[in-house]
Write a protein that binds this ligand. Structure first.
Ligand code: ADP
Ligand code: MG
Length: 638
């Protein structure tokens, strides 16, 4: 038996904590938050494998602490385990920076309020300072990790496909979004390869933070709640879909906007999620039982109650303690498990192949087959592997079951003819051929024309239409109601329309709100206050949309103008210009949340809705970019 070299031990233990790009980002963000940052910039290059940089405006690291900042088990956050009882920081183990140094080249630039200039430290694989020099950054800390996993080729290979890399970016985005909604006063900018992927400004509260992430169309369908149990000292608060919410706004096919936080840590808590989902699906009795509600749930319990979960033994925390277990830690644990499994199997397989050459003895599992492709490059013995694969096919063919299927060529021909006739009848029929390498281009033919279809533009236009027709912009109470007078509205004809609306509705015997959707959907809550006689009734704006800048009486006049001059009966006919451009923005934002990979069925559904909703009228997205791009005409065949 031999003792492992120190470098190997470090590498092994670090690869338990730092399993992916998102785990690096998570550790660095939490350090920034622990340092009191109100602004965080995350920059990735080549999906984070060339560079991960997290810059904050926190308190910085004192020069005296620099020599140990990236040494394992050095932390400024606790000094003994008793401090865990009152833990208010994300970090406490002093492991993260050291672990990142083991799997990447790390630079740390930092400046405290007391420093005159910032200092950039270059660290080595064990977290020691290699060199340092003055630099020009302001207060705060910037950690740069270069060439991640350069010394772990198998880990790198795990991310060898673009899909996996893109998924990783999505995970980083989801992570940042969850901290973004949790911390309203935090500014976040997320950049990948110099392009801004997402950003969030500082806002006043959770509602506004959610608004900036989810948009008002969704938030209009959500309501806040609060609960406090004296006895168990539990605080619950957050936002859930309203009782009468439009479920198409508040449901997603994944739990990525089902935010759960326990003591300010984003967690992935299956039981809580299941419970909320269960009640939600009882409400929307649609086909949508597989959907996840959008919600934000903040659970706060006394830290002392959860201290058992905070064992410094990371593997225990990863596997056992669900509630405290951060969802990203859990993901990281899963990645690690999968990765270890792959490694084990790859090693097993390789030894079996090279030592035994036992074609018959090897029992490749279905996993082997699935992974054959991936392992190809990592195994040296390619011909042997091919043989192994071949033996699998042979083995399979021995087990073939023979089943007789009745078949008639004549019937097939008849059906085929029928189908053909049907195709000809449907004159304008669009025929979907295939998607291209880009998710936003599908090859389509219509008669002899070959075109590209951009399904996202169609979806955007469909969403916009739906928002124009149905979206109800929430009205927020005004500090001081605005009394609607003739002089304010510049003429009595506007007031007449409003009074007519009340006359149309019999319920206005006493003080009540105008329920006409042309007003309410445009964010106006107008109250009728009855006078002694009908002519003395007066109206005041009590609530108004606050998501639109400078929204006010002028916009109300625009609505009334449309009613007066264009006989606008429906909501979409009298949307004020500000509302229209706002809804355009919402449609663009919502359609960006569509999945990157649309199936053929999704596209067919989009085409169906496009024809149904637009006919031949609208042929472009809200920016006027066309749905279809003409490629060529096929020569007519007879
Ligand atoms: P932990 O967060 O568990 O203490 P880390 O390895 O993540 O361990 O960080 C080690 C120490 O480096 C921290 O305790 C803190 O003092 C310092 N540090 C790390 N990142 C920052 C930062 N962004 N701003 C200020 N100090 C930091
Ligand atoms: Mg930390």
């Amino acid at each position: 038996m031999k003792q492992l070299p120190a470098a190997t031990v470090r590498l092994l233990s670090s690869s338990q904590i730092i399993t992916s790009v998102v785990s690096v980002v998570k550790e660095l963000i939490e350090n920034s938050l622990d340092a009191g940052a109100t602004s965080i910039d995350v920059k990735l290059e080549n999906y984070g494998f060339d560079k991960i940089e997290v810059r904050d405006n926190g308190e910085g690291i004192k020069a005296v602490d620099a020599p140990v900042m990236a040494m394992k088990y050095y932390t400024s956050k606790i000094s003994s385990h008793e401090d865990l009882e009152n833990l208010t920081t994300y970090g406490f183990r002093g492991e993260a920076l050291g672990s990142i140094c083991c799997v990447a080249e790390v630079l740390i630039t930092t400046r405290t309020a007391a420093d005159n200039f910032s200092t950039q430290y270059v660290l080595d694989g064990s977290g020691h300072i290699l060199s340092q020099k003055p630099s020009h950054l302001g207060q705060g800390t910037t950690v740069t990790a270069l060439r991640l996993f350069k010394n772990l080729p198998v880990r790198k290979q795990f991310y060898s496909t673009t899909k996996k890399c893109k998924d990783e970016i999505k995970k980083v985005l989801d992570l940042l979004i969850s901290y973004g909604v949790l911390k309203p006063d935090l500014r976040i900018v997320f950049v990948h390869n110099k392009a801004v992927i997402w950003q969030k400004t500082r806002v006043s509260d959770h509602k506004m933070a959610l608004m900036s992430v989810l948009g008002t169309a969704i938030m209009g369908n959500m309501e806040s709640f609060q609960y406090h149990s004296e006895e168990s000292q539990i605080y619950l608060s957050g936002f859930l879909p309203k009782h009468d919410a439009d479920h198409s706004f508040t449901s997603l096919s994944t739990p990525e906007r089902s935010f759960i936080f326990i003591n300010s840590r984003p967690v992935h808590h299956k039981d809580i999620l299941k419970l909320i989902r269960h009640y939600y699906n009882l409400k929307c009795l649609k086909e949508s039982t597989r959907l996840y509600p959008i919600f934000f749930l903040k659970i706060d319990v006394p830290t002392a109650d959860v201290d058992i979960n905070l064992t410094p033994d990371k593997s225990q925390v990863l596997l056992q303690n669900k509630p405290q277990n951060s969802r990203y830690e859990e993901k990281a644990a899963k990645d690690l498990e999968r990765y270890n499994g792959q490694m084990k199997r790859a090693i097993e397989q390789e030894s079996q192949i090279s030592f035994k050459d036992g074609r018959k003895k090897i029992k490749p599992s279905s996993w082997n087959l699935a992974q054959k492709h991936k392992l190809k490059t990592s195994l040296s013995n390619q011909p042997k592997l091919d043989e192994l694969f071949q033996s699998q096919i042979e083995k399979k063919s021995q087990n073939i079951k023979i089943v007789q299927i009745p078949f008639s060529m004549k019937n097939l021909k008849i059906n085929f003819q029928k189908q053909k006739k049907f195709d000809l009848e449907e004159k304008d029929e669009l025929c979907l051929i295939h998607n291209l390498r880009f998710p936003d281009a599908w090859l389509i033919t219509s008669k002899t024309e070959v075109m590209l279809l951009n399904p996202y533009r169609v979806e955007e236009a469909l969403l916009f239409k739906r928002l124009l027709e149905n979206h109800k912009i929430p009205a927020e109470p005004l500090e001081k109601p605005i009394i609607l007078t003739e002089s304010l509205l510049n003429g009595s004809h506007y007031l007449e329309i409003l009074h007519k609306m009340t006359a149309d509705d019999q319920r206005y015997s006493e003080s009540a709100y105008l329920s006409d959707p042309r007003l309410t959907a445009n964010g106006f809550k107008i109250k009728l206050i009855p006078g002694v006689s009908i002519t003395e009734n007066y109206l005041e704006i009590e609530g108004m949309a606050n998501c639109l800048p400078f929204y006010g009486v002028m916009d109300l006049k625009e609505i009334l103008d449309a009613i007066l001059n264009k006989n606008a009966k429906e909501v979409f006919e009298c949307r004020p210009r500000k509302v229209i451009s706002y809804l355009e923005g919402e449609a663009v934002r919502l359609s960006r949340q569509l999945p990157m990979h649309l199936s053929k069925e999704d596209i067919q559904d989009i085409i169906y809705r496009m024809k149904h909703q637009f006919g031949n009228e609208i042929k472009g997205c809200v920016h006027g970019r066309p749905f279809f791009h003409h490629l060529t005409h096929l020569p007519e065949t007879t």
